[in-house]
Design a binder for this molecule. Structure first.
Ligand code: FES
Length: 203
């Protein structure tokens, strides 16, 4: 079962403590259990897939879960967000996600998601420059503090890298590649498993 902790603060970020497949949870609540595990069991648990229920996630809100010690973002993008993705190619370094290491093959598309659920974005929230944590800038235009033409996306405050709503990096910023997309598969319309690829033929 998942345990959600909703933060409706200024950034509208939503953090979810999850239980991972393989009987290890996320966060401090499970520390005693984790400490009692053998080193090999801990190693297995650290890489275990994480099941996420996003049934309560609203459009345009960032949900963060932990997988392999890394923040993974899940966003249900609106139609307006999706439509903008196709208009940004000229501004981006790798609009077609040709750097293969940055996503599984099933996410090598404009939305960088699975064809069955293109509006669901799943990404590792670590900047590909020097590893800072970008912040969501989903507001468009002047309300974003990112300029009048900002179409919504992510901004890394460390050295100014910018990414679109699919995690594609802009040209002329320090980050060299798009944000990584981890392996993930859908368990239902509102549940995903982060850390595992779809079964053959179901991407
Ligand atoms: S770490 Fe993100 S721009 Fe440098």
């Amino acid at each position: 079962m998942s345990e959600q902790n909703v933060n409706k603060g200024r950034r509208r970020m939503l953090t979810l403590a999850t239980s991972a497949i393989g009987a290890v949870g996320a966060g401090f609540a499970v520390t005693p259990f984790v400490l009692s595990m053998t080193p090999s069991a801990r190693a297995r648990a650290a890489g275990a897939p994480v099941e996420v229920d996003f049934s309560k996630l609203e459009e345009g809100v960032l949900l963060t879960v932990e997988w392999q010690g890394k923040p993974v973002w899940i966003v249900k993008r609106s139609d307006a967000m999706m439509q903008k993705l196709a208009t940004l190619s000229d501004l981006l370094s790798d609009p077609d996600s040709e750097v293969e290491s940055q996503q599984p093959s099933y996410a090598q598309n404009v939305a960088r998601s699975q064809e069955t659920h293109p509006n669901i974005s799943v990404m590792v929230g670590i900047c590909t420059h020097l590893g800072c944590s970008p912040i969501e800038k989903f507001a468009v235009g002047p309300a974003s503090d990112m300029g009048d033409d900002w179409p919504g996306g992510y901004f890394c405050p460390c050295h100014g890298s910018k990414f679109d709503m699919a995690g594609r990096v802009y040209k002329n910023v320090p980050a060299p590649t798009n944000l990584p997309v981890p392996p993930f598969r859908f368990l239902s319309e509102t549940q995903i498993l982060v850390g595992e690829n779809p079964e053959e033929g179901k991407a």
